[in-house]
Design a protein around this ligand. Structure first.
Ligand SMILES: [Zn+2]
Ligand SMILES: [Zn+2]
Length: 271
């Protein structure tokens, strides 16, 4: 049986392992197909391409991405599979998202200054290292370093939590534009972890917007949800996918690749 994992994060977003470590790890545990689906970036895939490993004989890597969307109260994430990672339209949108991240850091510093906390932009950039997804964790670390708070969690709980005193919202696309963008980039759009959306009318709206598939198998879905989404997929003629949402974080299930797999084969729908 094919062992597939179509939902994996790397250091290109909030995962702990590099794209190459993921690749080696996946081969080691005997996976046949994987997709790297970092949040709002294809940098991990570009890295593998540059290293010459994107197409290799040991494992099939399906290109992927996981977009956040702009609904304020629900966690609507859309996966894009088999996208052209060099698509101009895709690169243009991803550049806007990255530029907004930097802009957000500046606007957060302004808010912090008004609240009486002084942090330097340059230090935050240093703390962010090589990542393109600079953000609240790096700002929080700078505040801890300055001695304002004992821990990063404390900073989040006091200032940086969603809609908190120093919170600046993200630039995000609507799910309809994400679905369109994925289509324009030659890909297949899939609603990620519908169980986490927590509102079935939104799930129905997204299906009616023309999404191609639904992630039925996800570590945070229980058996009732799996049954429900399988039925929904059947009724609406949707592609069924599954993935571990692996981040390489020891405290978060699954703590290693190969523990949560599915036999869904998205390759049947590609080409
Ligand atoms: Zn997600
Ligand atoms: Zn994810």
């Amino acid at each position: 049986m094919m062992k597939t994992d179509l939902h994996i994060h790397t250091t290109a977003s909030d995962g702990r392992l590099t794209p190459l470590e993921i690749l080696n790890h996946a081969i080691e545990v005997g996976l046949n197909h994987i997709s790297i689906t970092d949040h709002d970036t294809v940098d991990g895939l570009l890295e593998l391409h540059e290293l010459g490993y994107l197409a290799n004989k040991k494992i099939t890597i399906i290109t992927g991405i996981e977009f956040s969307t702009d609904l304020p109260l629900n966690e609507v994430h859309i996966l894009g599979y088999n996208i052209d990672i060099f698509s101009c339209e895709l690169q243009k949108q991803l550049d806007l998202i990255i530029r907004d991240r930097w802009d957000r850091v500046n606007r957060t510093i302004e808010k912090l200054t008004e609240l009486g906390y002084a942090v330097e932009f340059d230090r935050i950039v240093e703390l962010a290292g090589n990542t393109t997804s600079i953000g609240r964790p790096h700002i929080a670390r700078a505040l801890v370093e300055k001695g304002y708070f004992p821990t990063v969690t404390e900073v989040f709980n006091t200032l940086l939590y969603k809609n908190g005193p120093a919170y600046v919202p993200h630039y995000k696309l609507s799910y309809t534009s994400v679905i369109k963008l994925i289509e324009q980039s030659g890909g297949i759009s899939v609603l990620a972890h519908p169980g986490l959306v927590e509102d079935d009318t939104i799930v129905d709206d997204i299906i009616n917007s023309g999404i191609n598939g639904i992630e039925v198998y996800h570590p945070r879905h229980n058996s009732t949800q799996i049954e429900k989404y399988l039925e929904l997929a059947k009724r609406n003629n949707l592609i069924v996918t599954g993935g571990s949402d692996f981040h390489g974080i020891p405290s978060r299930f699954p703590h290693k690749l190969g523990v949560f797999t599915s036999s869904t084969n998205i390759l049947d729908y590609i080409e």
